[in-house]
Design a protein around this ligand. Structure first.
Ligand code: GLU
Length: 277
């Protein structure tokens, strides 16, 4: 079947075998007559670098991939994320969070047994209960704030039967609370990974989201955001991750396993494909 798929790397390091697997998987999943897109996920301005973006195109072309241009670069589209935040704000499901990382850690330590999410302990919702007068005063005084999703409030606006489908694993009923009251706009950026992915997949007309199974839990949250924002719902195919020789998941830090080091060491694209079969 023809699908619209994408490979969405962050230009914060060199691509490694795991990325090669993800990119080839996405291209193949597009099928005959399908479309394969690339998206550069560079909203983290402190870590993204132009030379890594250049290297992404070079490495993917070396692997033999072809994609549509222009490529969508997230940092060029903050207005799209602002518009989505405005919609969510109008639904009353966002609240400003003034907490610093340190304050959050202290609050969690005080509380003792904070519930755990995939990225660590869940935010203890310190700022959820602040009244409008305090919020406004702090914002007017110029205090930095993030915007968080009030998950319980959001769930009251949608059907509790919301579900999503993974091509391999089948149907999941959503568990929207896995990440707690997640940040949708960071203090320094009018977006976060979760918000940008959902907005972009819709704007790019993605019909099949392929990505690593480490992001499976994020899909619960993405499905909720799609519902709140009235966006079309794709299907997902979460695929396996590629490990290093010691069985550990590859990380961007592992320069020795980067595609460019392998290429420099004489590997061919065929050998790469063989290694990740
Ligand atoms: N940018 C994400 C990553 O590098 C991928 C996000 C996605 O595919 O949804 O892991």
């Amino acid at each position: 079947m023809a699908e619209v798929t994408r490979f969405a790397p962050s230009p914060t390091g060199w691509l490694h075998l795991g990325h090669a697997y993800a990119a080839l998987f996405a291209q193949e999943a597009a099928g005959q007559g399908g479309r394969f897109l690339i998206r550069i996920e560079d909203i983290d301005g402190t870590r993204a670098r132009p030379e890594y973006e250049e290297a992404i195109y070079e490495d993917l072309a070396w692997l033999g991939l072809k994609w549509e241009t222009p490529v969508r670069r997230q940092s060029d589209h903050f207005d799209d994320y602002r518009a989505a935040l405005k919609k969510l704000e109008a639904l009353g499901v966002l609240y400003p969070c003034f907490c610093t990382r340190r304050e959050i850690q202290e609050e969690i330590a005080r509380a003792g047994n904070a519930p755990q999410g995939p990225d660590g302990p869940l935010y203890p919702r310190t700022c959820r209960g602040r009244d409008a007068a305090e919020r406004n005063a702090r914002i007017t005084a110029g205090e930095a704030y993030a915007l968080r999703l009030d998950v319980s409030k959001a769930m009251r606006l949608v059907s509790h039967d919301l579900a999503w489908t993974d091509r391999e694993r089948g149907r999941f009923k959503i568990q929207p609370d896995v990440f707690g009251d997640v940040v949708l706009a960071r203090k320094d950026t009018p977006a976060s990974y979760h918000l940008a992915v959902v907005v972009d997949d819709a704007l790019q007309g993605i019909t099949l989201v392929t990505r690593g199974e480490d992001l499976l839990e994020a899909t619960h949250l993405h499905r909720l955001l799609q519902e709140l924002l009235g966006l079309p719902v794709p299907e997902w195919h979460h695929h396996r991750l590629i490990n290093d020789d010691a069985g550990k998941r590859l990380a961007k830090r592992d320069d020795a396993r980067s595609l460019r080091s392998l290429r420099a060491a004489g590997w061919t694209p065929e050998r790469v494909k063989e290694a990740i079969r």
